[in-house]
Design a binder for this molecule. Structure first.
Ligand code: HEC
Length: 491
């Protein structure tokens, strides 16, 4: 009897241990496993599952998870992490809670996966330590960004790239195109790929050559990162593959001359003032930043950060007289900021729909804007917001507007798959350039103003003569991509 009971007890204990083992350690740690790393293992879980509601601006339950220090200090109910005691630590217990106070709240997000929760458990069990070399006050999202390495762009594109930005090189011989985690540089004469420059940004949204010949690029990864970087396209390549020079714009300081901005979401537009002294960029954080670049790329100075819009800034230009900053935004307005007095000067409300881009006449007296209403509208940057002229004819949303260097011709790119040329004074359409088979997301005049390039949602580039509208060359700017034009582009 006694013996029997002892046996049952041993069995019970074994069963209990087994159950505990199965319940709490879905991925049991072995002695060989290195300790869980806070920054590499835990911070990504917090970013993915928690930070949307627990960051400095949105401290749900007064709990801020944006730094190690904050995670350890806890919220209103005290400490959330008790080192060595995961089952008493709410950071962990709320992740695996099956009812009531689960985090993320049940109707607000998927539960943290069992594997990830187990990592959090093990991290707390191991003492909830921070990795060596990281400040407890370091912003975790920034710290993760520093550690993130962009993927190497595909040698051969399976899907055409979406072209959001184009620029002719200052000599007019080559065209720079935004690819996937890279810029691709093509010969205008034969449409052949010449160079590929790797970037952190998944997409380039704005390109501008500085007077020195260096290229400023605005870009990012949606919802993750935004950056403005300056590159030297003439720097020594890592190697040459089949006649194509490969440049490392991610880690080679001879290629990546400077990074002016590192933010949490895409930078969507970029412009250089006509005198070459100021660079301005705007994007998803609603802000427009203006740098003085007169001292060169590596001495750029942030001069102003302007928050004048209620939604993403999609287009930006500086007037030739240096007075006005014109912006287009998803908040359905175009606006003018006076750079000298640092004041908001006017709002142009007439589009009543998303305004995608702006331009300004060479005498700085007329602003132009285009948008989802399919119409070009002109107005006075120093005026009261009244409309001067309109130009119609596009059959769909108008995404881009550019002014030729001599100021006589405007070009617009639309979802109707055409590029239109306009007399900038009369705002009358002079030519419709066809041939692209998808929405026109990018436009660029050649430096001599004689040619205009359009880039589409399906990677197509077309270059036309401005004078007679004749097509000069057409190619798909997706390296190695060969497929029918009907293929769906990369989302
Ligand atoms: C969709 C928004 C949202 C997400 C995502 C979210 N939380 Fe919360 N959290 C809240 C809200 C709201 C509260 C306060 C109300 C409450 O306690 O239920 C809260 C409270 C908490 C508290 C309690 C703080 C205190 O002082 O009582 C902890 C701990 C917590 N969350 C941890 C987490 C963790 C860990 C994650 C990620 C796994 C997470 N939350 C994800 C919205 C969120």
């Amino acid at each position: 009897m006694i013996r029997n009971r002892a046996c049952v007890c041993i069995l019970c204990a074994a069963a209990a241990a087994l159950i505990a083992f199965l319940m709490f350690t879905p991925t049991p740690a072995t002695a060989a496993d290195p300790p869980v790393s806070f920054i590499n293992d835990i911070a990504p879980i917090l970013k993915e599952n928690c930070l949307a509601c627990h960051e400095p601006k949105k401290k749900s339950g007064k709990y801020d998870l944006s730094t190690y220090e904050r995670v350890m200090i806890g919220g209103t109910n005290g400490e959330m992490v008790i080192p060595g005691k995961p089952d008493e630590s709410e950071l962990y217990t709320l992740m695996i809670a099956t009812e009531g106070r689960r985090m993320p709240p049940e109707n607000k997000g998927e539960p943290v996966s069992r594997e990830k929760a187990a990592l959090v458990r093990r991290w707390i069990a191991e003492g909830a330590k921070i990795d060596a070399g990281i400040s407890p006050k370091a912003d975790l999202v920034k710290e993760l960004r520093l550690r993130w390495k962009p993927p190497v762009p595909p040698t051969v594109y399976k899907f055409p790239t979406v072209i959001n930005a184009l620029a002719f090189t200052p000599d007019g011989q080559q065209l720079v195109v935004g690819g996937q985690y890279e810029l691709t540089i093509w010969s205008v004469a034969d449409g052949k790929l010449r160079k590929r420059l790797r970037t952190r940004a998944e997409r380039a949204y704005g390109l501008a050559f500085l007077p020195s010949g260096a290229l400023a690029v605005a870009g990012g990864q949606p919802g993750q990162e935004g950056n403005v970087c300056i590159y030297d396209l003439a720097a020594k390549p890592m190697r040459v593959e089949n006649g194509v020079a490969i440049l490392d714009g991610v880690s080679d300081p001879k290629v990546l001359l400077a990074q002016l901005l590192d933010s949490n979401d895409s930078v969507l537009c970029l412009t250089l003032s006509p005198d070459g002294k100021k660079l301005a960029a705007g994007g998803c954080d609603r802000a427009v930043r203006v740098w003085d670049v007169s001292g060169g790329a590596t001495h750029a100075k942030l001069e102003q950060t302007i928050e004048n819009h209620a939604d993403w800034v999609l287009g930006v230009r500086i007037s030739p007289d240096g007075k006005y900053l014109l912006t287009a935004a998803r908040d359905k307005t175009a606006k003018v900021w006076e750079l000298t007095t640092k004041e908001s000067l006017m709002t142009f409300p007439s589009h009543q729909n998303i305004v995608y881009d702006v331009a300004v006449s060479s005498d700085s007296k007329t602003g132009f804007s285009v948008g989802a209403d399919k119409i070009i509208r002109s107005w006075a940057p120093g005026g009261n917001g009244a409309q001067i002229k309109t130009g119609g004819g596009h059959g769909d949303e108008v995404f881009k507007i550019a002014l030729s260097h001599d100021g006589t011709t405007l070009a617009t790119g639309s979802a109707d798959k055409t590029v239109r040329l306009w007399d900038s004074g009369k705002l009358t359409a002079t030519k419709t350039l066809t041939g692209l088979t998808d929405s026109v997301f990018a436009l660029a005049f050649s430096p001599d103003g004689k040619r205009i390039a359009g880039g589409s949602y399906s990677g197509e580039v077309r270059i036309w003569n401005v004078a007679d509208g004749k097509e000069q060359i057409a190619f798909n700017a997706s390296p190695g991509f060969t497929a029918p034009a009907s293929t769906t582009p990369n989302p």
